[in-house]
Design a protein around this ligand. Structure first.
Ligand code: SF4
Ligand code: SF4
Length: 83
């Protein structure tokens, strides 16, 4: 005993308050949407739904701006609205 000391390191817990964006800052050009469902498949937050033959954003959808949906859409239907 005493030869080795064990230091308790204070673990600093960084509580990151993630900014959850539920604003409607994505626009879908529904006229050009062919309901291919690629946006539905790729969104990590499962924010899209096909409704009435077009893609729509779910109520209270969560978006973290990854823009994967923008890249996935073959018809360039998805755009970010700039404020
Ligand atoms: S930007 Fe990313 S998180 Fe936001 S709707 Fe598109 S795929 Fe989903
Ligand atoms: S990827 Fe584009 S064309 Fe396909 S369903 Fe989504 S918005 Fe419509």
């Amino acid at each position: 005993m005493g030869l080795f000391s064990f230091f308790k390191k204070d673990k600093v817990k960084e509580e990151k308050v993630e900014e959850v964006k539920e604003e409607s800052h994505i626009e879908i050009n529904r006229e050009n949407c062919k309901a291919c469902e690629r946006c539905v498949a790729v969104c990590p937050n499962n924010s899209f739904i096909i409704k009435d033959g077009n893609s729509s954003l779910k109520d209270g959808y969560i978006c973290r701006d990854c823009k994967v949906c923008v890249a996935a859409c073959p018809n360039e239907c998805i755009n970010f609205v700039s404020f």
